[in-house]
Design a protein around this ligand. Structure first.
Ligand SMILES: [Zn+2]
Length: 385
């Protein structure tokens, strides 16, 4: 069957098209054209006269949504999370762990490997982000202190094997003993290394980068504060043009002024928007789990103990909308932060983060007020019509 989607405009990496049409056959984009200049191909036409077509979004840091935690690893959990993400414009994501008992983690990784192999109806997990257990006890955020581990190649190998090689991203604090060898091992395995949950000084951060780290985890959060005499990891992240950098843009984790600083320093080539969302995303205020941790959600804010923020209830469409609003930058300028940049960081940009003929038909339609009106994943609509 052939579906022809028409809209007011389209942003892809290659071009901006006014009055575009996108032809989808068997879940794949087979033609992109200009409906003002060309006759529409035969097929079922779905017209979104005021909408903008964008590539589906990619979230490399998400722990759960819609009442489920990623580490449950069951088809039911992943279907529910994937369906929710699909309705929020996300096509692909990295299933992100939190620090847990190592045996619990290994079992989760085994289950997640199966889910990554299974074609999903909603958003597709395309790999795993290990957030923990190699984190600094001084900047652990919501990760339980008693379960943190000293970085170890042996443990990394065990997690890699349990995940059947699907680990794509590792968050690690570079100043910990054993971090050097563990970072080197991760790089050798083809895992992208992200520095975070870290009290690293500038020198320690630079050492992590020299060993091959390519990104930073939720910039500003769970990171030594920037100081003009000891700029720390934040100083390196902001000034090293070669590093990617994640940001949680929910207006709670990072002040809009710091968001503008991030935009000036990382720009449209290196910034990456993430949600860090937990199971409470898309759910009412109340009590939820993040891994094995109890989290209370008040006004959409996820809190543990004496008001430490733990994860978020953000969705990536909202994060993109907030980012455009806080920076004043046009949508087409900030779009790569939620599409192409995470894909480039993980060398997945040949299949994720763009709309082009021959690629999977993963696209999202935004209304003029930048809310999701429909998402197509592998050509299938995600919002019931
Ligand atoms: Zn974190």
């Amino acid at each position: 069957m052939r579906t022809v989607i028409t809209a007011a405009q389209m942003f892809s990496a290659q071009r901006e098209v006014a009055r575009p049409f996108v032809v989808i056959e068997d879940g794949v984009v087979t033609q992109i054209g200009d409906s003002a200049a060309e006759t529409l191909p035969a097929g079922e036409v779905l017209d979104f006269p005021t909408a903008t077509i964008l590539p589906a979004l990619f979230d490399v840091h998400i722990h759960g949504s819609a009442g489920h935690d990623i580490m449950e690893g069951t088809p039911e959990a992943l279907d529910t999370i994937g369906g929710f993400l699909g309705r929020h414009g996300v096509g692909s994501y990295l299933a992100t762990t939190v620090t847990a008992d190592i045996n619990v983690t290994l079992r989760s990784l085994e289950k997640l490997a199966q889910e990554i192999r299974r074609p999903q109806t909603g958003a597709q997990p395309v790999g795993i982000h290990l957030e923990g257990p190699f984190l600094s006890p001084h900047k652990r955020g919501a990760h339980p202190a008693s379960l943190l581990q000293k970085p170890s190649e042996h443990l990394l190998n065990a997690m890699w094997q349990a995940a059947e090689g699907h680990v794509r991203l590792l968050t690690i604090a570079p100043e910990l003993p054993g971090a050097d060898a563990t970072i080197a091992r991760a790089v050798a395995l083809g895992i992208c290394v992200s520095l975070g949950h870290s009290n690293a000084t500038l020198a320690e951060a630079c050492r992590g980068v020299a060993l091959g780290a390519a990104s930073a985890t939720h910039t500003f959060n769970a990171m030594r504060a920037f100081d003009h005499r000891e700029p720390g990891l934040a100083g390196e992240v902001l000034t090293n043009d070669g590093l990617f950098a994640e940001l949680i843009c929910d207006g709670l984790h990072v002040d809009p002024t710091a968001v503008r600083l991030f935009w000036k320093m990382k720009g449209r080539e290196r910034g990456i928007l993430i949600t860090d969302a937990m199971s409470a995303a898309g759910m009412p205020d109340g009590h939820y789990k993040l891994g094995e941790l109890d989290v209370r959600v008040e006004g959409g804010r996820c809190l543990i103990e004496e008001n430490t923020i733990a994860g978020s209830t953000l969705t990536l469409d909202k994060g993109l909308r907030n980012f455009a609003e806080f920076t004043g930058a046009p949508l087409d300028q900030v779009l790569p932060l939620a599409t192409r940049n995470p894909a480039r960081m993980l060398s997945l940009d040949d299949r994720i983060g763009d709309i082009a003929t021959g690629r999977s038909a993963d696209l999202v339609l935004l209304s003029p007020d930048r809310t999701v009106v429909q998402t197509f994943l592998r050509g299938k609509p995600q919002i019931a019509v």
